[in-house]
Design a protein around this ligand. Structure first.
Ligand SMILES: Cc1cc2nc3c(=O)[nH]c(=O)nc-3n(C[C@H](O)[C@H](O)[C@H](O)COP(=O)(O)OP(=O)(O)OC[C@H]3O[C@@H](n4cnc5c(N)ncnc54)[C@H](O)[C@@H]3O)c2cc1C
Length: 402
């Protein structure tokens, strides 16, 4: 159907975009290269700014039942003293606690809504390239050569986006030199310093970086353990080897665990290989435009702005992108000025998140030997600007006033 919106990618950005467009009465279809729904990367953290939007999509209550709710991340030094806290949610302040939930559970709930609303979703459909674009339509191809025309083509195809290649043929994501190495282990294995030891916790060492422990599953019976590793750029084969070498990941998690105390030694005593994740952090530079010349091709989520995970905002920012965009499209606001406003608003917010990430990284990464890297001069985190903002009201106000 030429008047429908085609969404490339059934990750969280693509699925939430489809639901948001549906709410606006805009027909859409999703095309996903994988043969089945995404199931990568263990549990994810969700903050009030996206939980509010998931609530609007009708999936929050079920999501909450599957997840571990918490309000605060604790930063401790090696002596166990509490150095700082990092807010992640508050029912009182923002209407929602933070939530750790398995990604596949979030995807499953979104898919249930997609199916209940009869939104077409096609797996095994790999987008290849845009063939042509006019002021009204865009024509594009899958890798099997099939051609399609739609009113809009929205790239929700992640950090290595092919849709983005249409607008930025020479741009490749840049590896930051950092990867998160994580595993899931039983909470019962942990030797806690005290029975009421508060988690999620980041234990900081000036020389060994930080050891993160974050409960998951509704009863907190499992924890994610993780450290960030500096890694030189690797070839494709080098990455494949790194992903395959689970023993090396276990060794990295165990390395120096005694520095972090009994809790880290016990947490790393029995690490099931099946629950190890290696997550290289990539970024893309700030893009000049998230829409093509005739505004028939748009980018959202990681394809527009992949950000490292330090503040746990990847999903939340993708969902903010798509809810705002769908509202604008639903109100017939898809002109240059409107999409320009949307992009500018989104990029300003992402810039603030990058600054926040840098502050968190100062606490989580080991200092490079001999570097003159300074500690964060600012102490404490006031994140009302991040969690308190309701993007729905922001768009409503924009539409009212422009
Ligand atoms: C291991 C891991 C852990 C993470 N943890 C967190 C966390 O705790 N909190 C958080 O906020 N964020 C987290 N993130 C980041 C977060 O997952 C993303 O920022 C967010 O999901 C937005 O992703 P997306 O939907 O834009 O892209 P993706 O999730 O990458 O989805 C893109 C989809 O497009 C499909 N696709 C790609 N190319 C094509 C093509 N040519 N044709 C058709 N389909 C295509 C892919 O198969 C995929 O399904 C994590 C990411 C990873 C990898």
């Amino acid at each position: 159907m030429a008047n429908e919106v085609a969404i490339i990618g059934a990750g969280i950005a693509g699925l939430t975009l489809a639901l948001s467009l549906h709410t606006q009465g805009i027909p859409c279809a999703i095309y996903e290269t994988r043969p089945e729904p995404q199931n990568i990367g263990g549990a994810v953290m969700l903050s009030p700014n996206s939980l509010r939007l998931f609530d609007g999509m009708g999936v929050y209550n079920d999501l909450k039942r599957h997840g571990f709710s918490f309000d605060t991340l604790y930063f401790r030094d090696l002596a166990g003293d509490l150095k700082e806290t990092y807010p992640f949610g508050s029912v009182e302040k923002y209407g929602y606690s933070g939530l750790r939930v398995y990604r596949f559970q979030l995807i499953d709930l979104l898919l249930e809504e997609i199916n209940a609303n009869k939104i077409p979703i096609y797996f095994n459909h790999k987008f290849s390239h845009v063939v042509s674009e006019s002021t009204d339509t865009v024509t594009w191809k899958f890798i099997d050569g099939t051609e399609k025309t739609s009113s809009l083509l929205i790239g929700a195809d992640g950090i290595h986006s092919r849709v983005r290649k249409y607008m930025y043929p020479d741009l490749s994501p840049k590896f930051t030199g950092l990867a998160g190495i994580t595993a899931a282990v039983l909470t019962a294995n942990l030797k806690l310093p005290s029975p009421d030891y508060a988690m999620p916790v980041t234990i900081m060492s000036p020389t060994h970086g930080a050891f993160v422990i974050a409960p998951q599953k509704p009863d907190g019976s499992e924890v994610l353990i993780g450290k960030q590793k500096r890694i030189p750029g690797l070839s494709r084969e080098g990455w494949d080897q790194l992903y395959a070498d689970k023993e090396a990941a276990v060794a990295f998690l165990r390395e120096g665990s005694e520095v972090f105390g009994d809790i880290a030694v016990s947490a790393t005593s029995d690490i099931p290989h099946a629950h190890i994740n290696i997550w290289p952090f990539y970024i893309i530079p700030k893009l000049d435009s998230w829409s093509s010349t005739h505004r028939r091709v748009l980018l959202v989520g990681d394809s527009a702005h992949a950000i490292p995970p330090s503040s746990g905002q990847g999903i939340s920012q993708a969902v903010e992108d798509v809810v705002m965009l769908a509202m604008l499209l639903g109100r017939g606001r898809s002109g240059k000025k409107d999409l320009g406003w949307w992009q500018e608003f989104r990029q300003a917010r992402l810039q603030d998140i990058l600054l926040l990430n840098a502050r968190v990284d100062k606490r989580r990464l080991p200092k490079i030997m001999g570097s003159d890297e300074e500690d964060d001069a600012e102490k404490g985190f006031d994140l009302d600007w991040l969690y308190g903002l309701d993007v729905v009201s922001v768009v409503e106000e924009y539409v009212r006033n422009s």
